[in-house]
Design a protein around this ligand. Structure first.
Ligand code: E4P
Length: 233
């Protein structure tokens, strides 16, 4: 028997693959996104947990980790260094794919530095400026989460922040991955990809919107009609 191995690797400029995360704590939505085959992870926050009534964070995050083979961000609610460290270590124990989401405050930065030294992955959340992103990268955060939609909401171009962070990180070769958060529509994702952001986390509705085009639907309809007509020729 001859086995042909296809080399599907296609060399590109950076060899970097943009990741898609779904931004929800809803298990059905996560399952649906995972079924599409293009999901790389999940982000949650206390508001998303509240939306689905998930009072037991550990049990809920564990269920999410069973649905998705990728990083799952679980946010801690402590706001002082010692309490953050204790909570983060508990959360990290839930599953090897758990990324501890830490708010971008002084004690959070200190906690990220310590957690990184311990080998625990972190997602530094609530980032709204390049200086905040720079500090988070210096502390060794695995991900930085700039919230683009919330900046747009206050008449500030959220994607400008992404451009700035990507430039700064590239300049110094920081390993921190830029996770575009608070995504509201497909154009946020297009801009993020053009800028070379590492990850976009988005609601399931936006993931679905990414592949929709009316000309695809019309074209397919025509092809199917013609294929049917061909059978009777
Ligand atoms: C993700 O990590 C964030 O918590 C989330 O994207 C925030 O989105 P929102 O601004 O729509 O609440």
């Amino acid at each position: 028997m001859v086995v042909v191995l296809l080399d599907q690797t296609k060399p590109n400029k950076t060899q970097k693959n943009m990741k898609f995360f779904v931004d929800t704590a809803n298990l059905d939505e996560i399952r649906e996104a995972a079924d599409m085959g293009v999901l790389d992870g999940v982000t949650t926050n206390p508001s998303l947990m509240k939306k689905v009534g998930a009072k037991d964070l550990k049990a809920h995050i564990r269920q999410i980790c069973e649905l998705v083979d990728g990083d799952v961000s679980a946010e801690i609610i402590a706001t002082t260094y010692n309490e953050m460290m204790a909570e983060a270590q508990e959360v990290a124990k839930i599953h090897p794919n758990v990324v501890v989401k830490v708010p971008l405050i002084l004690d959070g930065i200190k906690a990220i530095k310590s957690l990184t030294a311990m080998g625990i992955k972190t997602n530094c959340t609530l980032c709204f400026s390049p200086t905040q992103a720079l500090v988070a990268a210096k502390a060794g955060a695995t991900y930085i989460s700039p919230f683009v939609g919330r900046l747009d909401d206050i008449s500030t171009d959220g994607m400008d922040l992404i451009r700035s962070i990507v430039d700064i990180y590239d300049h110094y070769g920081f390993a921190t991955q830029v996770l575009v958060a608070s995504v509201r529509h497909p154009m946020h994702v297009v801009a993020a990809a053009e800028m070379g952001a590492d990850v976009a986390t988005m609601p399931l509705s936006v993931i679905k919107q990414l592949l929709r085009h009316p000309l695809t639907d019309l074209g397919l309809q025509q092809f199917l009609q013609d294929a049917e007509a061909l059978k009777n020729m």
